[in-house]
Design a protein around this ligand. Sequence first.
Ligand code: KG4
Ligand code: ZN
Length: 340
Amino acid sequence: MTILAVETSCDETAAAIVENGTKLLANVVASSQELHVTTGGIVPEVAAREQVKVIIPVIDFTLKQAGCESCDIDGIAVTVGPGLIGSLLIGVETAKSLSFAWNKPLIAVNHLVGHIYANFINHPELADGSIFPSVVLVVSGGHSDLVLLKNHGEMQWLGGTLDDAAGEAFDKAARILGLGYPGGPAISEAASTYLRRASFEALAKEDHLVLPRPLLHANNYDFSFSGLKTALLTANQTKKYENTALAFEFQEAVVDCLVKKTIKAASHFNAKSIMLAGGVAANMRLREIIGKSAGNIPLYYPEPKFCTDNAAMIGSAAFFNQTFVPWENLVPDSSLSLES
Ligand code: KG4
Ligand code: ZN
C-alpha cells in the first residue's frame, strides 16, 4: 500500500510517500523556523500563512521525488491533531480535497502516534510485532507521555507531564540562558561543551550545581519540568555558574527524570523493547543514558531527521493503524492526546 502523507501540525509543511509503512519513497519538509528565530518561538499566524503558500508545491515536489503520479497512490494520510489549529487546517483541508479529487481513502493520524511510528521508517524488521509490548517515551515540544504499546493500534497511556513538555522545558531553559531557538539542540551543544572541558574532579566538587529531579521517586509515570525551569532561573540569577554548566545540569536533570520513569515502566510491564519518539528523542545524552540503563531490553530510536516533525512518520502510522474517514467528516482536533 502506497500512502501519500501530509503533516502541518506546527511550523513544518511536510509531505512523504511511504510504502507498506516502512519504505520511504519520498520525504519533503519545508520549515519556517528561521522566521521564528527572531521571535524566540512560533507565532501561530505566521506559521500558518507560510504553510498555505507552500503546501501544494511541497506535495508536488514529493510526488516528483518518488516518481509517482496520483494513480500510484492508494491512500492519503493526514495529521488531524494535536497541534496549532490554523496549521492543522491547512493540511487537513488539502488532504480532504485530494481525497475527493483523486477518489482515494483518507486516513486520520494522531501526530503523537506518528512520532512513535518514526521508529519504523526504514526498519521493516520491526513490523512483525515481536517488539511488543513496547514502552514508548514520547517527548516533543508540546507533549511528554509514557505509553505501553501492546500491539499496532493497542495502546495504554501510563503517564505524562503535569506541566511543561520536555521539549518546551528545553526551549524555555535556552531562553533563560540566552541560547536561542529551538532550545533543545542549543542546550545540548552547550552541555557538550561543558562536558568536554570539565574535569571529573570539577563535576564531583561540592559546589557543583545540582538541580532538582521533580517526581523522580513518585509512585507514578508522570513528569514535571516547570519547577526545574524555575530552579534554573534562580541558579542563573546567582551569577555563580557558567552558562554551559547550567545547560549541562539542566539536561542531566531532564534526562534523569525521563530515563528513570521509562526504565521503571519497562521493567514493571516486562517490555520486550523501549522506543523513544518526538523531537527530544534526538537528544544524544538521552540516548546515551537510556542505552546504558536499558540493560538487555532492546532500545530503538528514530534517525534524528525523523525525530522532529515530518510526514514520513504519519505515512507509517497510517499504514499500521488504518482509521479511514470519509472526507466530509474529517475535522482537525488541536487538543487530541494519547490518553483518549
Ligand atoms: O516533535 P517536535 O519536532 O515538535 C512537536 O511536535 O512539538 O519537537 C520539537 C521539540 C522542541 O522543543 C526542540 O527543542 C526539541 O524538540 N528538540 C530537542 C533536540 N532537538 C529538538 N530537545 C533536546 N535535545 C535535542 N537534540
Ligand atoms: Zn511533533
